[in-house]
Design a protein around this ligand. Structure first.
Ligand code: ADP
Length: 170
C-alpha cells in the first residue's frame, strides 16, 4: 500500500472510497460528515437510515465501519466509521486505530483500490492532532488488504497536513 497525505476537501477526492468521520447514529452532523452529506445528496443518508435501523440499539459501535453509496460524489462508495471522543483519562487509541483498519477492511471487501481518509476524531471529537495522525498511520499499516493499493489522507488544514506528513515519515 502506498500512503500519502494531501491538503484538500475529501468530498472532491477522486478515489473509489472516501471514509466519513461519522457518529454512531449515522444521521449526519457537522464537520466532514455534514460536508459529505451536503455534497453527496440525500441517497447517502437514506442508506445510512436503513443500515442503522438494522444495527443493535440503532447505533454503529465506535471503531466499526459500514459502506453506502457515494451518491453524487466522485467516489464510488462512502465508508462510515464513528471515531472515539478524546479522553484524557482513558486510552481509546485502539478504537481510533480500529476506525482505520476496519474502514480499510470494508473498502477492500468492496474491491476498492484507492481510499481517502479524513483526520478521524481530530475535529469536534477533540483528539490532539499529532496523536490522531500517529494512530491513523498505525491503523492503516495494521490492516491487511487484497485490493487497496493507495491510501490518501485528505487534510483540511496546513496544520493537519503537517501532522500527517510527520507521522508518515516516522
Ligand atoms: P470528528 O467528530 O470525528 O472529530 P470532524 O468532522 O469534526 O470529525 O473533524 C474531523 C476532521 O475533518 C477535522 O480535522 C476537520 O478539520 C476535517 N474536515 C472537515 N471538513 C472536511 C472536508 N470537507 N474534507 C476533509 N476534511 C475535513
Amino acid at each position: 500500500m502506498d500512503l500519502r497525505a494531501v491538503r484538500g476537501d475529501i468530498t472532491q477526492a477522486d478515489v473509489d472510497v472516501i471514509v466519513n468521520a461519522a457518529n454512531p447514529g449515522l444521521l449526519g452532523g457537522g464537520g466532514v460528515d455534514g460536508a459529505i452529506h451536503a455534497a453527496g445528496g440525500p441517497e447517502i443518508l437514506a442508506e445510512c437510515r436503513t443500515i442503522v435501523a438494522r444495527l443493535p440499539g440503532g447505533r454503529l459501535p465506535r471503531g466499526q465501519a459500514v459502506a453506502t453509496t457515494a451518491g453524487r460524489l466522485p467516489a464510488r462508495w462512502v465508508v462510515h466509521t464513528a471515531g472515539p471522543i478524546w479522553s484524557a483519562t482513558r486510552d481509546l487509541s485502539p478504537v481510533l486505530r480500529s476506525c482505520y483498519s476496519e474502514s480499510l477492511r470494508v473498502a477492500d471487501g468492496l474491491g476498492a483500490r484507492t481510499v481517502a481518509f479524513p483526520a478521524i476524531s481530530a475535529g469536534v471529537y477533540g483528539w490532539p492532532l499529532e496523536d490522531a495522525a500517529r494512530q491513523a498511520v498505525a491503523g492503516v499499516r495494521a490492516a491487511s488488504v487484497e485490493h487497496v493499493r493507495e491510501v490518501r489522507f485528505v487534510l483540511f488544514s496546513d496544520e493537519a497536513l503537517a501532522a500527517f506528513e510527520a507521522a508518515l515519515s516516522d
